[in-house]
Design a protein around this ligand. Structure first.
Ligand SMILES: Cc1ncc(COP(=O)(O)O)c(C=O)c1O
Length: 382
């Protein structure tokens, strides 16, 4: 099959060759269970897991014992959100989040409303920005936790996490950030940010699918969190289940690589994205979605006067991109992120998210601009 050029790194990234190389022995020769404490197969697996824990912790400036491995960010967010809620003082039953969060957060928080929690979902500006004043005025005596993403998966908007975490602390609430799209792409320092919990995902940072992590700050006051998956008491009782050793090794290796060339790669991608945006904005009726403070590699644009479905079908012939539809490109509903920013249904549907990554070249970008221009002109002429 002739595959289109990949412009969907926010959906998933390929594994780096170094990551695959590091993983392979843990499928074959060193396949042991990390909990087998009586023989070298188990010791080797456990040692590899602990090395990966250090590597992931180093990437976000945490300590190794603050990292809990999970099956991905959706599970990490469920563990963080439900785990905290289930241990909370019954009087603390108010939660705050943002309208443009990922469904892994929104649906998880909604599920707590069914269990007696009150949820405040803050709106965003037309650029998708969060208002700190609005957050400040939303705290109540009984606010337990604020959950907000560090970078939006659709627009790439970067949010003021440090300020939001400080406000939460001042109001006696915990702060959890979904940093899935930010980790490995921009510097993330949990100490400097002052966050209590942070979720990340392997397949957004050149590691395999099916692995992720939750950072849980240690120290006082101690964060009380109830395990969501119970069983053998793995991960110090916070997440039971035999550890996915190859996945975890891959996550660790990817974390090491992301840290090594973070500055260089984000600079390269920023320049490519600027080129892409400048080119696309030359097309009549093209608008950029998002604020001026965005991830270096994400470009979200809408086009007027074209049908979203036709646009996506035509563009996807040559480029793998994501649309302005909710969650999946086959959805008929406009994205909740774009509609929260005030885009009308038609414009939201006529939107493309192009997310660049390690294997994107200047030639890919030049071709994308030309091709999308042709598609738009063609669709408008029909
Ligand atoms: C911002 C954000 N949060 C959470 C998730 C869920 O991550 P995972 O696929 O690891 O469950 C995603 C995946 O698209 C995401 O983009």
């Amino acid at each position: 099959m002739d595959l289109p050029i990949y412009f969907d790194y926010n959906a998933s990234t390929p594994c780096l060759p170094e990551v695959v190389e590091a993983i392979v022995p843990y499928f074959t020769s060193s396949f042991g269970n990390a909990s087998s404490i009586h023989h070298p197969y188990g010791w080797l697996a456990e040692e590899a897991v602990e090395t990966a824990r250090e590597q992931v912790a180093t990437l976000i400036r945490a300590e190794a014992n603050e990292i809990v491995f999970t099956s991905g960010a959706t599970e990490a967010l469920n563990l963080g959100i439900k785990g905290i809620a289930q241990m909370a003082d019954p009087g603390k039953n108010h939660l705050i989040t943002i309208a443009t969060e990922h469904k892994a957060v929104l649906d998880t928080m909604e599920s707590l409303v069914d269990r007696g929690f009150e949820l405040t979902c803050l709106p965003v500006s037309a650029e998708g920005e969060i208002s700190l004043d609005l957050l400040r005025s939303s705290f109540r005596e009984n606010t337990l936790m604020v959950v907000a993403m560090m970078a939006n998966n659709e627009t790439g908007n970067l949010h003021p996490i440090k300020e939001m975490a400080a406000l939460s602390k001042a109001h006696g609430a915990l702060f959890l950030t979904d940093a899935v799209q930010a980790v490995g792409k921009v510097p993330v320092d949990v100490r400097d940010l002052g966050v209590d919990l942070l979720a990340l995902s392997g397949h957004k940072m050149y590691a395999p699918k099916g692995v992720g992590a939750l950072f849980i700050k240690k120290g006082l006051p101690k964060i009380q969190l109830k395990a969501q998956i119970t069983g053998g008491g793995h991960e110090r009782g916070r997440r039971s289940g035999t550890l996915n050793v190859p996945g975890i090794v891959g996550l660790g290796k990817a974390a090491e690589h992301c840290l090594d060339d973070l500055q260089e790669e984000s600079h390269r991608l920023f320049n490519l994205k600027k080129e892409l945006e400048n080119g696309l904005l030359q097309i009549q009726g093209c608008r950029l979605n998002g604020s001026s403070h965005r991830l270096p590699h994400v470009c979200n644009v809408s086009f007027n006067g074209v049908s979203g479905k036709s646009l996506l079908i035509r563009v996807n012939k040559k480029f793998a991109v994501s649309s302005g539809a909710a969650c999946s490109s086959i959805s008929d509903k406009p994205s909740h992120v774009l509609t929260a920013m005030g885009l009308d249904q038609r414009t939201a549907m006529a939107t493309l998210r192009l997310s660049l990554g390690r294997f994107t070249t200047a030639a890919d970008v030049a071709f994308a601009i030309e091709y999308i221009r042709e598609v738009i002109e063609d669709l408008r002429s029909i």
